[in-house]
Write a protein that binds this ligand. Structure first.
Ligand SMILES: CC(C)(COP(=O)(O)OP(=O)(O)OC[C@H]1O[C@@H](n2cnc3c(N)ncnc32)[C@H](O)[C@@H]1OP(=O)(O)O)[C@@H](O)C(=O)NCCC(=O)NCCS
Length: 331
């Protein structure tokens, strides 16, 4: 039995987005929308879309391999592999099991986490517990989604999402570095699903009639998402600041989920964080759901924007509602 309760840090990151790009201008030609409205309200200019033969596990595998390489490890060093996704390849087996085979990471136990846009944050917290408790030493967490498969490309809300995957390798840290706090929340009261994919599960199995009603595609109440996000993100952030005894002025960088520029600006205003400290890349990728935080983390790290000792704040909100925040002290 290994020693229990250790600190946990991120020792490698990787990301992957598919090649095909749909610009706002292109979307103007297929649905009633406008580049101007999308940029002003959502901050999105383009998004990457998976090729017809590419699945969520393909994107996840590429991101996962890059993270393992960045960590200086081999796939055999990975003892646990968690995939956070809302667009699994299949109902069974889990996407993590498929990724295990594609990565040849056969030593790793593998399972999926379903928390939609908060999925990576949930995976980060769950994976960390196995390291903190001494059960595993190296855990690979991947956030990957292909929302293009649940988008109705005849509707104007097709503009919100893109496909992509990001990954991080978690490992044991010394006591002065690593995660300082995590908080996860779920509030499903009153069954008000502001974002849902009604059909394809046990409640509404797929039938020709269901397909005709287009219930296999996502449905979103944009106003409800905005109102909920700007309420719960600050709440979760205040809690992790409280847990660590830090103030918002101690935060060097925020790496949030990427729902819309307006949500992030409003959140930054409420918590009192200058917007220059809030990292964004939704202009290039839109909302990749489980992929947003790890893709952004990988980019920000590669651009050299995270320094030794920086306190980095993560925060996410997704369907459920699921939400949460975490703070890490970067090594
Ligand atoms: C999407 C959002 C900007 C819309 O705000 P809103 O004022 O509630 O939007 P409405 O749907 O009432 O639309 C208002 C006007 O905006 C314009 N509009 C809305 N969606 C549009 C789109 N996709 N393209 C172009 N214009 C659009 C239209 O002019 C619309 O007026 P109309 O309904 O008379 O045509 C806001 O709700 C939001 O940011 N929500 C967050 C959604 C999100 O982040 N989802 C991802 C995570 S699940």
């Amino acid at each position: 039995m290994r020693q229990v309760v250790r600190n946990v840090k991120i020792i490698g990151t990787g990301s992957y987005v598919p090649e095909t790009v749909y610009t706002n201008k292109y979307l103007e030609t297929i649905i009633p929308t406008s580049d101007e409205w999308i940029v002003a309200n959502l901050g999105i200019r383009e998004r990457h879309i998976a090729a017809p033969n590419q699945t969520t596990s393909d994107l996840a595998t590429e991101a996962g391999l890059r993270a393992v390489e960045d960590a200086g490890l081999s796939v055999d060093d990975i003892e646990l592999l968690i995939v956070a996704t809302a667009t699994a390849d299949r109902k069974a087996p889990s996407t993590a099991a498929i990724v295990q085979d594609k990565m040849k990471a056969y030593r790793a136990a593998a399972f999926d986490i379903s928390a939609v846009c908060s999925g990576f944050l949930f995976a980060m917290s769950v994976g960390s517990q196995y390291i903190a408790s001494g059960v595993y030493h190296n855990v690979l967490i991947i956030g990957a989604d292909t929302f293009s498969r649940i988008v109705d490309w005849t509707r104007r809300d097709a503009v919100f999402f893109g496909d992509g995957a990001g990954a991080a390798v978690l490992s044991a840290a010394n006591v002065t570095e690593g995660f300082l706090a995590y908080r996860l929340y779920t509030d499903s009261s009153n069954k008000k699903y502001g974002f849902t994919v009604p059909a394809g599960g046990s409640e509404i199995p797929l039938t020709p009639e269901v397909l005709n009603q287009r219930l296999q595609y996502f449905q979103m109440d944009g106003r409800a998402v905005f109102d909920s996000a700007t309420q719960v993100l600050p709440q979760a952030i205040h809690q992790v600041l409280d847990d660590t005894g830090l103030t918002i002025d101690d935060i060097d960088l925020m790496i949030p989920h990427q729902p819309s520029i307006k949500i992030l600006k409003k959140t930054a205003e409420i918590i009192g964080l200058p917007f220059e400290k809030v990292m964004t890349n939704m202009d290039k990728y839109a909302n990749t759901s489980g992929g947003t935080i790890p893709i952004l983390l990988d980019e920000v790290k590669r651009e050299g924007r995270i320094g030794h000792g920086d306190k980095v704040l993560f925060a996410a909100v997704g369907s459920g509602w699921t939400y949460g925040a975490a703070i890490i002290k970067w090594e």
